[in-house]
Design a protein around this ligand. Sequence first.
Ligand code: PMP
Length: 400
Amino acid sequence: FSFWTNVPKGLSDPILGISEAFRKDHYQRKVNLGIGAYRDDDGNPWTLPSVAKAKEIILNSNLDHEYLPTEGLNTFRKTAALLAYGQCPEISENRIASVQSLSGTGALRLGMAFINRFYPHHKVIYVPKPTWTNHKNIARDSGLEVREYSYYDPDTKGLDFYNLLRDINEAPRNSIILLHACAHNPTGQDPTQEQWAEIHDVITRRQHLAFFDMAYQGFASGNPDDDAYGLRYFVKEQNSVLLAQSFAKNFGLYAERIGLFSVITDSSAETDRAVSQLKILGRAMYSNPPLYGARIVSTVLNTPELYKQWHKDLLTMSGRIKDMRVALVEKLKEKGSRHNWNHIANQIGMFAYTGLNPDQSHNLMTKNHVYLTLDGRISIAGLNTKNVEYVAEAIDSVTR
Ligand code: PMP
């Protein structure tokens, strides 16, 4: 007898399942382009030099392991918000309510729980089609209704901008619109500055609420200010936005689970009330957030020479990724591929949306030992000077 005989087997996560299959493959030249984690040119995880130095400082400071308050480490919250929003009246007027979160996922979860509890309109969130698969899970488990807005046009391999605007315009007034701040996952297609302005206009006209997911600030272009353009534009135009920040990619702190959720308020008093409620939500979910990642990020952002080093580290990562995009396209041309692969070089961020269909993606895994998600998304960070030719050959062979 068991209480749990009726528990059905759940589907494995489409992204994490690929890493499992990769681990089981014993072919020597196998390549994992499934998971979005940065690798150096030898295919190894990379600790940012700025982070390594911060760790040394922390170690030598003999700090204790007391609980953080539920809202997190104050020095971290302040500089993390400053990094995202830039110096602005909202910061100086204490109109940003923030709480430290369990990385980007935790920030999204807290934000959506906050919406579910307090948003005074219908709780419908629109996510781009396609989007990071976990967005829908998080929204549903937070009690929100999930709908999609057009985002990508497979024919042009670009933004489906006309339909994007139409869908956001036709969404019921006061809907919540999730926007990737930069380095859209999985398509690698971001709006231009002019397009951000148009998206902003429609959202404002329809009195929607924008929820920015910023998982790649600085990692995309190499410049954190450039990558925050869309977010800052909305804030400058007086929009009340929600923001989920992750420090997994731009600091290489994946497992430390360090992030920040924030929301723009009307006044300092409203900030205090919002933070008090976010603390109540966090208290019931995990009581208080982890400390180590907050210390590292805070040390890097608050120590001028480490901050400088971090900017160099961002350029190292984003530069290598850009180089690999170009190298892959060149190698495909060298192999004599008759397809146009230029979109791979033009997309931005961790991923390329190759345009491979599910059959071709499946063949790439089973015949060529190159692992990716079935939607044809590859993590460019998994490419390096030693495997890019092999991968080009493999892609060419499944698309002939
Ligand atoms: N949003 C997007 C668009 C992402 O790609 C990711 C990471 N894959 C996240 C949020 C959150 O990641 P994490 O929880 O590790 O910060």
